[in-house]
Design a protein around this ligand. Structure first.
Ligand SMILES: [Zn+2]
Length: 126
């Protein structure tokens, strides 16, 4: 399944190639104050590949806080946060915001609250 998403204005878009087709997409509603205030709900798949396109890089804001491990890619025009990246031992990982999905059946998405604060880096990477 090719899962496409974008911010509200379309400046930041992504295509997530998720193989095989998911029976459900598990999504984590991070309870940190940044994600709670943005209503961001994240998913990832270590077997998927993600392509991100930014039309106007001048309107891409990258924000980090806490441990500084994660970079929240926020559209400076519309304020949506479609993607978070983290560089770990030279490799770039990402999670995407299921609320930025386009044309995906909402019943596929299983949302659950998640506090990432208690995770060590191994658990978080997994
Ligand atoms: Zn935007």
């Amino acid at each position: 399944m090719l899962i496409c998403g974008k911010c509200h204005c379309g400046n930041i878009s992504f295509a997530l190639a998720w193989e095989p087709d998911p029976a459900e997409i598990r999504a984590r509603a991070c309870t940190c104050t940044f994600c709670a205030k943005h209503g961001a709900v994240w998913t990832s798949n270590p077997h998927a590949t993600l392509r991100v396109v930014v039309q106007d890089p001048a309107l891409l804001s990258k924000y980090s806080f806490g441990t500084g491990n994660a970079s929240f890619h926020t559209c400076a025009r519309c304020g949506i946060v479609p993607v978070v990246t983290s560089r770990i031992e030279g490799r770039l990982y990402a999670v995407v915001n299921v609320n930025a999905f386009e044309g995906i059946d909402p019943s596929l998405i299983h949302r659950e609250p998640k506090d990432f604060g208690g995770e060590d880096s191994g658990a978080r990477l997994a």
